[in-house]
Design a protein around this ligand. Structure first.
Ligand SMILES: Cc1cc2nc3c(=O)[nH]c(=O)nc-3n(C[C@H](O)[C@H](O)[C@H](O)COP(=O)(O)O)c2cc1C
Length: 354
């Protein structure tokens, strides 16, 4: 059931509920702030077995907005370490914290969602973006510079560096952001990757860069350090990544030592036809689970505890990740435990019975 533990490489996760990574757009020059402290402290004692820290940029120009968290210098690193230590102070000792490492590629240099989510204008201190090809995400978005081979090496080394910083900071797990239209998704998708070198064209070529970076990170990390990727199950577009390509990519990740995938979708095109409804991506997780031995996490409008539990019971996925559900109800896990009649530990300060 959803409250049973699960092993991800050498990490024992106390239950199968993850807080999905959620950008807070509340950083100052890449560093976490008091907002992150309160955010991660309240999630720290939420009872979720795994708490994923938001998409964290491996280089400054890889941030989505001016306000995204980064892990590309000592200043950012110290702020994250301090925040994580505070979150751990109020969480159960078995609560695992993971960090999602990301590069926004052509989707960098934008406004925050509540400011309009558009590309930054000249007055908003924009920066030049980079992508696999010089193709903008949408009309009026920045046209990225094509990433040259020397820069591919540079970005790879930034991912390795940020991964080593993540271990030093004290995270239990690293997740590479491979979906939602960010850099690795841009390489994987024929819709955003029109390269004619060994990184474009066939699926084998489009997968090459994300896999090379993943392998480099693996090599740098301590043996068996828990690591996974958030991947695209489908782009919901004709001619885009589909379930079959997702299976092949997941298999390749597994071959190079990936321990888990979280299966999401879309984000690389402005208007995909997504059949938004509860559990709308669970079938994608199920397809990947059928075809790999990695731990598979499902995400997307999973809110009802009984139905969430059923995903695990029916073996459609090994874990569930919940994002907005935790924003509206940080006590989701406590409520789920009550509904599913499972005993959980809550902080004694809050454990008063009515
Ligand atoms: C405020 C907010 C920020 C998000 N930031 C990230 C992020 O940093 N990385 C990521 O992979 N997904 C991000 N997402 C997507 C969520 O992780 C999740 O996949 C999506 O919201 C669907 O899950 P839900 O229906 O439980 O909200 C974000 C979603 C929200 C609502």
């Amino acid at each position: 059931m959803i409250f049973s533990p699960i092993q991800i490489a050498n990490l024992n996760v106390s239950n199968r509920i993850a807080v999905a990574p959620m950008c807070q757009y509340s950083s100052v020059d890449g560093a976490m702030t008091d907002w992150h402290t309160q955010h991660l402290m309240q999630l720290g004692y939420s009872g979720a077995g795994l708490i994923m820290v938001e998409a964290t940029a491996v280089e400054r120009i890889g941030r989505i907005t001016h306000h995204c968290v980064g892990l590309y210098n000592d200043f950012c690193e110290r702020s994250i370490k301090k925040t994580l230590e505070k979150a751990r102070l109020v969480s159960q000792k078995e609560t695992a914290f993971g960090i999602q490492l990301a590069h926004a590629g052509r989707k960098a240099s934008t406004q925050r969602p509540w400011e309009g989510r558009k590309s930054l204008s000249k007055e908003e201190d924009p920066w030049s973006t980079k992508g696999p090809s010089s193709l903008a995400f949408d009309e009026d978005w920045h046209v990225p510079e094509t990433i040259e081979n020397s820069d591919l090496e540079n970005i790879k080394s930034k991912f390795v560096e940020a991964s080593l910083r993540s271990v030093r900071v004290g995270f239990d797990l690293i997740e590479i952001h491979g979906t939602h239209g960010y850099l690795f998704h841009q390489f994987l998708s024929p819709l955003s990757n029109h390269r004619s070198d060994k990184y474009g064209g066939s699926l084998e070529n489009r997968m090459r860069y994300p896999l090379e970076v993943f392998a480099a990170i693996k090599e740098a990390l301590p043996t068996d350090f828990p690591i996974g990727m958030r991947i695209t199950g489908t782009e919901w577009e004709n001619g885009g990544i589909d379930e079959q390509e997702a299976i092949i990519f997941a298999n390749e990740l597994e071959k190079i030592g990936c321990h888990y995938v979280c299966v999401s979708s879309g984000g690389n095109t402005p208007n995909p036809k997504i059949p938004i409804a509860p559990h709308y991506q669970v079938h994608l997780a199920k397809i990947i689970k059928k075809n790999t031995d990695m731990v598979v996490r499902a995400v997307g409008m999973i809110t009802d505890p009984i139905k969430a539990n059923q995903i695990i019971v029916d073996k459609e996925a090994d874990m569930v990740a919940i994002a907005r559900g935790f924003l509206t109800n940080p006590r989701w896990v406590w409520d789920a435990a009550k509904i599913l009649k499972h005993d959980i530990k809550v902080p004694p300060q809050y454990a008063r019975k009515f």
